[in-house]
Each structure stands twice: as structure tokens, then as C-alpha cells.
Design a binder for this molecule. Structure first.
Ligand SMILES: [Zn+2]
Length: 97
């Protein structure tokens, strides 16, 4: 496991917003947060900027909207019931049960 970049966490990393309004999330931040390409996020305004957090109602496995009132949350990530069921069945099969 890599050592978290504590300086980057404490002081941040400067980036430029491109013409389309995009900003690249630093690779170390992506790694430390376990975010991968396609990871659904929620972007919202806060007093002095923008806060990016995991999307609370998008399944982080299939990327579809989660219709349930209370999505399953695994390690801080929302997962829909069909994906959770598929993982559970895979675990049962891989363990020979
Ligand atoms: Zn899903």
C-alpha cells in the first residue's frame, strides 16, 4: 500500500480549470479515495468553493440511479441491490457454498 501524500492533503494541489469547466483530480487523491474512472460523484457549492463527494444515489458498480430509499452502502459507496446480490452470489460460488 502506498503512503498517503500528506503534503498534498494538507496544502492541496493547484490545477487549472479548462475551457469546458473540467478539473483533473490528482492521481494520488483518486488512489487514496479508491475512485476509478466512471466513479459517480456529487458536486455542490460550499461557502468558498466546490465540494466533490461520492454520489449518494448512484450505484458505484453499475452507475445506474438507485431507486431505493436507502441504498446499501459499502465502504462509503452506494451499491444497488442487484449489484450487491451479484457480489454475494459470486462470493458464495467462489467459496464453494
Ligand atoms: Zn448497481
Amino acid at each position: 500500500m502506498r503512503t498517503p501524500n500528506t503534503r498534498a492533503r494538507a496544502f492541496g494541489i493547484e490545477r487549472h480549470v479548462d475551457a469546458m469547466g473540467r478539473v483533473v483530480i490528482p492521481k494520488d487523491f483518486m488512489h487514496d479515495l479508491h475512485w476509478t474512472a466512471g466513479y459517480a460523484v456529487q458536486v455542490r457549492m460550499v461557502e468558498d468553493g466546490i465540494l466533490i463527494t461520492p454520489a449518494p444515489h448512484v450505484c458505484q458498480m453499475c452507475h445506474h440511479d438507485i431507486m431505493e430509499d436507502q441504498p446499501l452502502v459499502v465502504d462509503g459507496r452506494a451499491v444497488c441491490r442487484p449489484c450487491a446480490k451479484a457480489v454475494a452470489e459470486t462470493l458464495l460460488v467462489s467459496h464453494g457454498r
